[in-house]
Design a protein around this ligand. Sequence first.
Ligand code: ZN
Ligand code: ZN
Ligand code: ZN
Ligand code: ZN
Length: 596
Amino acid sequence: MSGRDESTNPFSLLADETRLGIVEAIGDRSGDGEYASLSYSTIQTALGEVDSGRLNYHLRQLEGRFVEHTDDGYRLLIPGIRVYQAVTSGQLAADRPTVPPTEIDSPCGDCGDPLFVSYEEGRVFVRCPTCDVTYHRYPLSPSAFDPGDAASLADAGLTVAFADLRSMLAGVCPYCSGVVECTLSADDRGDLGLEGPETFAHLTCSTCGWFNHPQATMATYLHHTTAVFYERHGRAAPHSRLTVEGEWSETVRSTDPWRVEVRVTLDGDTLRHVVDENLDVVEWEVDGWGTTRQRPAKHGRRAVTLDRTASTASGESPFSLLADETRLGIVEAIGDRSGDGEYASLSYSEVRAALDGVDTGNLNYHLRKLRGRFVERTDDGYRLLIPGIRMYQAVASGQFAGDRPTVPPTEVDSRCEGCEEPVQVAYEDGRFFVRCPTCEVTQIRYPLSPNAVDPTDVDGLVSVAMTKIHLDLRSMLDGLCPYCSGAVHHDVSTADRGDLGLDERDAFAHLTCSTCGWFNHPAVEMVAFHHHATEQFYEERGRPGHYTRPNVDGELEVTVESEDPWRIEVRVTLDGDTLRHVVDGDLDVVEWEVVD
Ligand SMILES: [Zn+2]
Ligand SMILES: [Zn+2]
Ligand SMILES: [Zn+2]
Ligand SMILES: [Zn+2]
């Protein structure tokens, strides 16, 4: 980070009550599937009739970074939305809940005794007291679970950890969209109850320092073949269970280049994966796969309900709490030192030095304000709590050199479904676009952090944008907001989307986060499109990673079989074979099969 120059340092840029107030005012009016545009006078009123000269000045400072001015008024850019989301999730931490160790209905894989789940200091823990082993320890936002329901806590911990891992393995930081780097090493982790060294990945975000150290085997939990393999044996996928069924083993085949073989055996059948240095599955095979396709095991959807407005009633608003240069400076100083797989703890004198020797009375006062909400004091010094980390990541998402990157409309090697002409992609106003200039239709319009964009690499832009769309949708369909971990409400409607030139589509999903208002309205066939069976169907027909392309081969047919209850049939035909899905009103795939 480059000093405390307002023009380049987003922390200084935001360290003002009027500026954070503008972000808060626009964010608060968003929701119900829309991010709001506010007129100048609405903002002025929301800020208590702040004087025009002052408001103009602060709006100018925010424009292009956190806020943009359109014909409809002022609206938040992606970094502005991320700051709003981070602060909203911190709001709930005013009285951060604690869940004491509670027995859950999941046996320890080793000894068979029940596992215990707890929530302490912003982290979820899953332990076996008999074996004295911690199986799962992961930072979790308080908006992700109901403190009165230990099962929802265990579920949310697992869902968030695997959603994050899926994103990191795809090379995209789940929190700031920065680039994730991966290295492998053989580690001894007796603390996890592992005998002897196993292969671990070190995944680190190059922008915000978020990190994860999963075992190599966990990457294969998330592979589409594993989901299909478990389904065919009538078992829930391993990433959805604390106690994983099957016999798992790993063998390091080589370390230069890395090739790790992972095998899992269920009912005498073995699925074998080989992963490379990025934990990408480069090879897989299975013995004993028959031709019958089974109905997938259905697992429960989280149903935590939170009132977006409830938390604003008590305590000081986090916006005013953070609207101070010293306070954002403390968050920045601790965040900047973190990285290389660790979040730092800074001593009092280190914090003070980072703030150019601010006087101690002043520093003590501001540290006291932040403690318990954004920062905590441990024996090792001051470190960020989860809302502090999220705030750091959100502000860092507005951190980029020079002007906001733009990619002008550029033709790519992908053809429009309607007219067969090549489509164009672009990155403008913090959004990724796919358009057919011949049909004058916008096929895709999706907000994407500038951290994810290298304007000189258009193919890379398409791949990262499509991957982000895929990851966000998977997370929303799992009931979890990809940005604030809030609970996602879902609904199905037949309201047309003529604005996108999509009036021929039959049914749309409405997915909305109950905490931060983030939303997505995909056509219902997208539920089938992003399902693991579709991934395998395309891969087996020579088109791996189908969801990373703006337009894919195959004939699509959607039929609304019934509206009460919802049953929507989706068929895709490729090379003479048809994959058939049925999606219900919960947006779950309730049936799928390959029809020859
Ligand atoms: Zn045990
Ligand atoms: Zn990051
Ligand atoms: Zn076209
Ligand atoms: Zn959210």
